[in-house]
Design a protein around this ligand. Sequence first.
Ligand code: F0G
Length: 351
Amino acid sequence: MRQGVIRRFRGWLPEVPDHAVTTIGEGDTPLIEAPTLSERIGAKLFLKFEGMNPTASFKDRGMTVAMSRAVASGSRACVCASTGNTAASAAAYAARAGIKCFVVVPAGKIALGKAVQVLAHGAEIVQIEGNFDAALRISQQIAGDRGDVTLVNSVNPDRIQGQKTGAFEVCEVLGSPPDALALPVGNAGNITSYWKGFSEWRDAGYSGLAPRMLGFQAEGASPLVAGHDFENPETVASAIRIGAPASKEGALAAARESGGAIESVTDDEILAAQGLLAREEGVFCEPASAAGLAGLLKLAGEGRGPEGTVVSVLTGHGLKDPDVILDRVELPEPVAATFEAVAGRMERLVP
Ligand code: F0G
């Protein structure tokens, strides 16, 4: 049975009374070898496939802790801003906990699968005529205004605590920390979380080392690379379309302290990396999740890629965002229901 990250890593996490533990069996996601892509980047690459979490993104690791502690403190509802995945996760965990869930999202800007998840779990969804950054400001205000409503964005430290467990799993499965970890950066909570996890693992004496943290933003939404906020962030990777990351300091500290970096990749590089993961390794992640690999490919191409063992965190499942695939590839026209018609197609594929 998947016990969930609170029971599995209890000693490492803030206290949660038994009665309040809200879990759907998150965590314990596969670390997948990537032989073909390893050759491309010149290092031994593993994919931490966070799309295998209950709501198909890494958000569930933090949400179980945030929601459990909201329940323990007597909250009646939770609120979050989201580019989609936080909303889907909050909706599911709130349903599980039996509290109300209120999500604020940029109108028309969240991927179809994520919107469907929010609706399926019965959360209240408010679309604003503004971007994620505005949604976060409003959500923080709402939670600040109401003592019985918990903010479940990653500015809630319980989210960071839960998400650091991804680092513990990587260390456990590899037997030691990798040399480098690559991941997408949006609001910058996850890179902050992974660095916290690797640092705690090292400080507990399990390893003398911690990996270089390599964070990648989409070029059109790369405030940490440019050194200033973006008023109108734009990228095909809707999950990381964020102009003013709330955990900016955590992300910069992770890069600095680990000897890593935060860089940007273009939308074309992101989509190419998503395609390679799907077509060469059989792993389908959403566009934002491919930013880590896009970055590794870029660094390798410039002769400055990391060596040794490298982990790329694939933060969300590809099924979350079907439109991004359908925009580029169409289903072919139907053919007659005959052997000849179908065999003709086969002949074209394998002459
Ligand atoms: N990858 C995916 C699939 C995401 O959904 C997010 C963030 C990130 C990467 C970036 O993580 O924000 O911690 O740096 N999604 C948030 C949301 C913003 O609302 O779902 P981060």
